[in-house]
Design a protein around this ligand. Structure first.
Ligand code: HDE
Length: 689
């Protein structure tokens, strides 16, 4: 049982020890409870009495256990960690968090965007990547996504975007997905969303693991040094495990196999000491660079190609501790883009400017009080002083009369409270040009008008497999548009501005004629393709952080199995034994090997590669087990390495596994193959657009 005495900070003795043993069960007001199993009744079979404060308090509290879920990013998983500044960037920023060698505690929350808190982990969706740094100069929240651009240019469009993508207003479906009428109706009418749609339709929205995706601050921010000089900056998180995504069919099947696939993966990695890590990188540039680009650096639908401004690594994030309590920490954490520290500042990006209002506001409705900053997960770790007082759920107990300033209470011997800080946050006094001040206007700058050049840049930076995935995703999503038959052609008309071949493939995939090209607000230009935008060019051939599923059954060769497990583990991979019975299988040497997962509940999609280590006898038995055949068939279809004993061949044949570079024996060739996916196999297993 949890003892709340110390967390309440009342300094008392541990409450009510039952003859020195475990603490006694009490009400929330500390009254010991003698019976927590039976309500108070009038007679043995009579009505329950209103005076039963134990029952009423318990049910009252239970009735109010839920708070409103986040309007977006409702489903998330969090972890504690540390950020270490590894480079000297004092010439750029005076922020204490960036001082070389400084370690700062962090809390990170990853999320999907569209689904509710109870939805699945693996829909096609953008992932939130929000980091709260508890710095010595206050909290800095870098509230980003796993995609460096966004759907809209101006915050005023956000409610429209979110209404369109979430479940439809009358029927309340689909949950957690964009493949429906209202989203594509909206998107096809919003050419500025095209660049983001390219990312959303790519495998970026199907991460294999939260540990294997990039993060981005998205907006242009500013770094400010001691002299008050400001530079523009974009923030990047680069995963140490490299980029890795699943493919669409796999993601669909993962939803059935494990609703909590990403949450579990993150938890288990941290729990077993395989701490996920990312490098923090910055792209720094000045006004002269900004002025020379064909796009506006204040436009969140644009990125800055890494080939133009290389990413410079300045620190490392390590997630090393799971939350103690999901609700208290992951659910109650409140990220605020307004949480900024001296040495970092905002830019005039109109999307960012809108966010600066929205997040503070939403916390009040979600957490129910302006004092949400006092919840431990949100509280600054550095001293905090001001004269804000009272409010719902106030837990601080300030002493004395000092609740205003200026005051001269100190002159009279009373505690006067906080003093002005010399290092206080000061907004950069940016020189504003004619475009940034003057008349009040509801306009979009014409420098935001090019909606297609970077969408084209993204598409043309992908390899052929990735392009096929993008085209096929558009086909799949638009095929789910029901009665709104003008929507798919309107979307394809926009895509003609991105790439004619892409538009043709999507039209062909949908079986519709190629529509006329949409008129572009500004004609797109060709930009040089960038390898940094491709997942396939940024994968890491490694077993680190990856899981190999090993299917065994009675008769499996013990020596073959042991050698395989040792080889996987030597490469820092995780070997997971799967068998028809969780109690295990009787191996060739007579020993029994326990299974980590039962075959029916451990399909191959939850693994990065699979091995099928079966004897003649085991193979014969499993030929009659659909889950075993499916195990091999899906691994093949999901382009994974399959290492199989020679005796398992009949099972591979039944599963339609054809020989290729990814199909090996269970020896060294398999260990090599297991570090890769075999995208060249794909045309043999599915028709892509
Ligand atoms: Fe958010 N967003 N957002 N967003 N966002 C929220 O804040 C909002 C945007 C992002 O794990 C909400 O506390 C507006 C861009 C993440 O708790 C809300 C606009 C980016 C999270 C909100 C945007 C994000 C949120 C809902 C357009 C990437 C989850 C609950 C101007 C840079 C944080 C909450 C967590 C959450 C508003 C656009 C990322 C309603 C108005 C762009 C990662 O305040």
């Amino acid at each position: 049982m949890t003892d709340f005495t110390t967390s309440r900070g009342n300094g008392g003795e541990t409450h009510q020890q039952a003859s020195g043993d475990a603490p006694v069960l009490t009400t929330n007001h500390g009254v010991p409870i003698s019976d927590n199993q039976n309500s108070l009744k009038s007679g043995k079979r009579g009505p329950t009495l209103l005076e039963d404060f134990v029952l009423r308090e318990k049910i009252f509290h239970f009735d109010h256990e839920r708070i409103p879920e986040r309007i977006v990013h409702a489903r998330g998983s969090g972890a504690h960690g540390v950020f270490e500044a590894t480079a000297d960037i004092s010439d750029l920023s005076k922020a204490a968090v960036f001082k070389q060698g400084t370690q700062t505690e962090v809390f990170v929350r990853f999320s999907t965007v569209a689904g509710g808190a109870g939805s699945v982990d693996t829909p096609r969706d953008v992932r939130g990547f929000a980091v709260k740094f508890y710095t010595s100069e206050g909290n800095w929240d870098l509230v980003g996504n796993n995609i460096p651009v966004f759907f809209i240019q101006d915050a005023i469009k956000f409610p429209d975007l979110v209404h369109a993508v979430k479940m439809e207003a009358d029927r309340a479906y689909p949950q957690a997905g964009s493949a429906h009428d209202t989203f594509w109706d909206w998107a096809s009418l919003m050419p500025e969303s095209t660049h983001m749609l390219m990312w959303a339709m790519s495998d970026r929205t199907l991460p294999r693991s939260l540990r294997m995706m990039e993060g981005f601050g998205v907006h242009t921010f500013k770094l400010v040094n001691e002299e008050g000089h400001a530079s523009f900056v974009k923030f990047h998180w680069k995963p140490r495990l490299g980029l890795q995504s699943t493919i669409w069919d796999e993601a669909l099947k993962l939803q059935a196999a494990d609703n909590d696939y990403h949450r579990r993966d993150l938890w288990e990695a941290i729990d077993t000491g395989a701490f996920p890590q990312w490098d923090l990188g910055i792209q720094v540039f000045d006004q002269a660079f900004a002025d020379a680009q064909p796009y506006d650096v204040l436009d969140a639908t644009k990125l800055i190609p890494e080939d133009d401004v290389p990413v410079r690594v300045i620190g490392t994030l390590t997630l090393n501790r799971n939350p103690d309590n999901f609700f208290a920490e992951t659910e109650q954490v409140a990220f605020l883009p307004t949480n900024i520290v001296p040495g970092i500042d905002f830019s005039n990006d109109p999307l960012l400017q809108g966010r600066l209002f929205s997040y503070l506001d939403t916390q009040n409705s979600r957490l129910g009080t302006t004092n949400f900053h006092q919840i431990p997960i949100n509280a600054a770790r550095c001293p905090m002083h001001n004269f804000q007082r009272d409010g719902k759920m106030q837990v601080h107990v300030p002493k004395g009369r000092a609740n205003y300033e200026p005051n001269s209470l100190a002159e009279h011997g009373e505690d006067g409270g906080a003093r002005e800080s010399r290092r206080g946050f000061a907004t950069v006094n940016a020189a504003t040009g004619a475009d940034e001040q003057g008349d009040k206007l509801r306009v979009r700058s014409e420098t935001f008008a090019d909606h297609y050049s970077q969408a084209r840049l993204f598409y043309r930076s992908q390899d052929a497999h990735e392009q096929a995935h993008i085209a096929s995703s558009f086909v799949f999503e638009l095929s789910k548009v029901g009665v709104l038959d003008k929507v798919p052609p309107r979307m394809v008309a926009n895509l003609r501005n991105v790439d004619e071949d892409l538009a043709q493939r999507v039209a062909d995939g949908l079986g519709i004629p190629l529509p006329d090209k949409a008129t572009a607000a500004k004609e797109p230009v060709d930009m040089s393709p960038s390898d940094a935008l491709s997942i396939h060019k940024n994968m890491k051939p490694t077993l680190e952080g990856r899981a190999v599923g090993i299917l065994i059954h009675d008769g499996t060769d013990a020596a073959e199995l042991d050698a395989l497990i040792a080889a996987v583990e030597a490469e820092q991979g995780k070997a997971v034994i799967v068998a028809p019975k969780v109690g295990g299988a009787k191996l060739s040497d007579g020993s029994t090997r326990k299974a980590d997962g039962q075959l029916a509940g451990s399909p191959s999609q939850i693994f990065d590669a699979v091995a099928i280590v079966l004897s003649d006898e085991g193979t014969r038995a499993l030929l009659k087990e659909g889950a075993a055949v499916q195990f091999a068939m899906d691994a093949f279809g999901h382009l994974k390495a399959i290492g199989a004993s020679a005796t398992a061949k009949p099972l591979l044949d039944k599963a339609g596994v054809e020989p290729d570079a990814g199909v090996t024996d269970t020896g060294a060739a398999f260990i090599d193959a297991a570090k890769h996916r075999f995208y060249d196999r794909e045309p043999n297993v599915r028709m892509l657009a």
